[in-house]
Design a protein around this ligand. Structure first.
Ligand code: ADP
Length: 362
């Protein structure tokens, strides 16, 4: 199903604040779309407007070209899985999954067929006669998903469905949800504040902040080409480093003691946009400050304040012009606090941002 949101806006009555501002997006059939952003940015509200659980203050939402603003939730034929999935405690897994089908007056034989199929997909076949209290958290979450997929909807909405699960189970469920999406071949819209969930499952990510869509794109696209400093800092852990400095006529970027040569294409872009002699923000990811000793440019001696050993790799923490910067390198050699190491700043993969607008200079 193709879902289109046009100039969608939401104001809750009380305070008049626009919690969703001019939201525009076309979601193609069978996409796995993830809305991601910090708490309170308007993700759930947008999802709930799509579900019909909240009124739309302005704009239109359409399904396959038909405006559905005024349809009741039950008339939209959507499957929904929430963080708190209330299963009926006295009913077996089978009965929990059967319930929506009973309501929809699906014949008994057909119900059985669909439940067995969903149970098979979700690995619940051997648990069909159990009560929810005798299931693990992950299994309960699967029953909640099963209860929706038996209904044969074209659109599935998920609102932070993994938030109540422990870290290990969340990792496992990410793969299960990706597999489920591939198997069902239906449109998924998924809300989370966890950028790793967004990066690992989405076909496209919608990054929101303060009720405004900041960027829409495939995971790799938003990671490699963030439109602004919010997106750059939100996607990726440890976060992208931001270093303020001056662009000079000799093709250098200078911040305190650090002087870096700017690659030609990037320098031309800065010239074209009139940034020479001005302050900009250099955005460089931790993995792009590496220990590649063969590099013949932008290798600088750096005094490491705190080397955090993560097993396979180090996060080397140091300061540039009072700003904290992190370099991520393989842990092949021991690095001690206070030690000076040569680090290579790979500016080919870095970005420059405008100090005021925070937009990527392009
Ligand atoms: P997110 O899902 O990104 O955490 P929400 O969509 O839940 O954000 O909330 C967006 C903003 O709208 C928040 O500031 C929240 O406090 C406010 N909000 C959410 N629901 C209501 C409501 N029923 N009435 C008034 N304000 C609400």
């Amino acid at each position: 199903m193709v879902i289109e949101l046009k100039h969608v806006k939401k104001i809750y009555d009380k305070n008049g604040i626009e919690v969703v501002k001019d939201f525009n997006l076309t979601i193609q059939d069978k996409e796995f779309i993830v809305f991601v952003g910090p708490s309170g940015c308007g993700k759930s509200t947008t999802l709930r407007m799509i579900a019909g659980l909240e009124d739309i203050t302005a704009g239109t939402i359409s399904f396959d070209g038909k405006v559905i603003n005024d349809l009741l939730p039950g008339e939209r034929n959507i499957g929904m899985v929430f963080q708190s999935y209330a299963l009926y405690p006295n009913m077996s897994v089978y009965k929990n999954m059967e319930f929506p089908l009973k309501i929809a007056k699906v014949p008994v034989d057909e119900r059985k067929k669909r439940i067995e199929e969903a149970a098979e997909i979700l690995g619940l076949t051997e648990y069909l006669e159990r009560k929810p209290k005798n299931l693990s958290g992950g299994q309960r979450q699967r029953v909640a998903v099963g209860r929706e997929i038996v209904r044969d909807c074209n659109l599935f909405l998920f609102d932070e469905p993994l938030s109540n699960l422990d870290a290990k189970l969340r990792v496992q469920m990410r793969t299960e949800l990706s597999n489920l999406h591939r198997r069902l071949q239906k449109t998924f819209i998924y809300v989370t504040h966890d950028q790793i969930e967004a990066m690992t499952m989405a076909s496209r990510i919608v990054i929101m902040y303060n009720g405004v869509v900041q960027q829409v794109g495939a995971p790799k696209e938003v990671y490699d080409w963030p439109e602004n400093m919010f997106v750059a800092g939100f996607i990726g852990t440890p976060a992208m480093n931001f270093i303020k400095g001056i662009v000079n006529e000799d093709h250098t970027f200078v911040s305190g003691d650090l002087t870096l040569n700017i690659p030609d294409d990037k320098y031309e872009t800065l010239v074209k946009n009139d940034y020479v002699g001005k302050e900009v923000v250099l955005g460089i990811r931790p993995e792009n400050i590496d220990d590649n000793v063969k590099a013949n440019i932008n290798v600088c001696p750096i005094t490491v304040e705190n080397p955090e050993l993560l097993g396979f790799e180090y996060n080397l923490i140091f300061k540039v012009n009072d700003a904290q910067v992190i370099s991520r390198i393989n842990a092949t050699n021991i690095v001690k606090p206070g030690e000076t190491v040569n680090l290579h700043f790979d500016l080919e993969k870095a970005h420059f941002f405008d100090v005021e607008t925070t937009r990527r200079i392009r």
